[in-house]
Ligand binder design. Structure first.
Ligand code: SAM
Length: 351
């Protein structure tokens, strides 16, 4: 496939890679999946994700596109095979296509198996074809409802039509799409069959996600939380759900729905602890490395990144951080824990 040239981003190649080897945490888990939040900004204000009047980071605190490239490349040099760009909304970061173009060289070289994004879909009409041209094969698109009014009230600022045309554009460009739907009690729980049949009818997988207690959002989490064990039991009354072995390298567990022939995933951080097979770390748009989505411990990679031209300090900081990756998280949502388990929002760590 023809790829666009990596114009604009200065390409700094990997050093000290072979000497340091792959990243393995203290529990023997290979770190092969990196999720990078390229901006904390978003054109939506989903009620479970952000408060309406979010204060965003000053631009000067953000890593530049060159720094993001250098950081991702350092991880790829240490064995990361799957890279997901997220946010905030990754497609509202200015110059994002320059970064995607530049990172695609690792697909060409065979060091990276997959370059992908999680997006709200609002900008896909603009960018789908370019993403495909840069070697992106699959996207996760977040969509919680097919009802235009409900969509507006969940996202506060979003337009369902725009997202649906974005999905059309992505499919027309040949991108494979997985729909991610956050299960919200009393909001979209009656819509899962419709969403499943719509997604499967268009050849897209759909994954349901439990609300996680991340960030102060100005509303009760308990009111939003819907255990997927319950959703699954209800769906099983309507459809045949066949357990399948399908994995995408992420935390979802899949079933095939006999009636639609499509796959349905469940991401259940609260009802099922998926940490034992965790192969992921996350970097924020300011270069903070979180070894676990559900724990506070983090490492600042911006300082070593900026401290020298070479990657020696950066690689040492990465090693030191991976040696502290915890065994797992311990999210709880109950009446005794009315505050978020973690103060930072999903839009900071990257969903
Ligand atoms: N803007 C992009 C999008 O909408 O997909 C990427 C970032 S967004 C933070 C990534 C995913 O996290 C979305 O599917 C969103 O619904 C989900 N999300 C945000 N806050 C969450 C929470 N507290 N619990 C569960 N999922 C959440």
């Amino acid at each position: 496939m023809e790829r666009m040239p990596a114009n604009g981003v200065e390409v700094r190649e990997l050093d000290n890679v072979s000497e340091r080897g792959a990243l393995v945490d203290p529990f023997g888990r290979d770190i092969s999946y990196l999720r990078v939040s390229v901006t904390d900004r978003c054109d939506f204000r989903c009620v479970y994700c952000m408060a309406e009047n979010m204060a965003f980071l000053p631009k000067a605190d953000l890593l530049s596109l060159e720094e993001l490239d250098r950081l991702c490349s350092a991880f790829i040099g240490r064995g990361v095979r799957k890279l997901r760009l997220t946010g905030g909304e990754p497609l509202v970061r200015r110059g994002i296509m320059t970064l995607v173009a530049s990172l695609s060289r690792h697909l060409d070289s065979g060091r990276l198996d997959e370059l992908t994004l999680t997006t709200n879909g609002s900008q896909l009409g603009k960018f789908a074809a370019e993403l495909k041209a840069h070697g992106v094969r699959r996207l996760n698109v977040s969509l919680d409802t097919l009802d235009a009014d409900k969509f507006r009230s969940i996202t506060r600022w979003g337009s369902l039509d725009q997202v649906l045309s974005g999905i059309d554009a992505a499919q027309a460009a040949g991108l494979e799409i997985k729909i991610n739907t956050v299960a919200l009690k009393g909001v979209n729980e009656d819509e899962f069959p419709r969403l499943i049949e719509w997604a499967h009818g268009r050849g897209m997988d759909l994954t349901l996600i439990e609300v996680m207690p991340l960030g102060e959002i100005g509303e009760g989490r308990l009111e939003q939380y819907l255990p997927l064990s319950m959703v699954r039991a209800r769906l099983a009354e309507r459809y045949h759900l066949d357990e399948i072995d399908y994995r995408t390298g992420g935390p979802a567990r899949y079933v095939r729905i006999a009636e639609t022939g499509g796959r349905l995933g469940f991401i259940t951080p609260l009802t099922h602890n998926f940490c034992e097979s965790c192969n992921r770390v996350r970097i924020t748009c300011t270069g903070t490395l979180y070894m676990c989505l559900g724990q506070e411990d983090a490492a600042d990679l911006r300082r070593p990144l900026r401290a020298s031209e070479g990657n020696e300090l950066l690689l040492a900081a990465i090693d030191e951080a991976i040696a502290r990756k915890p065994k797992g998280h311990d999210f709880v949502i109950d009446r005794r824990h009315r505050r978020p388990a973690l103060a930072r929002h999903m839009s900071v760590t990257g969903g």
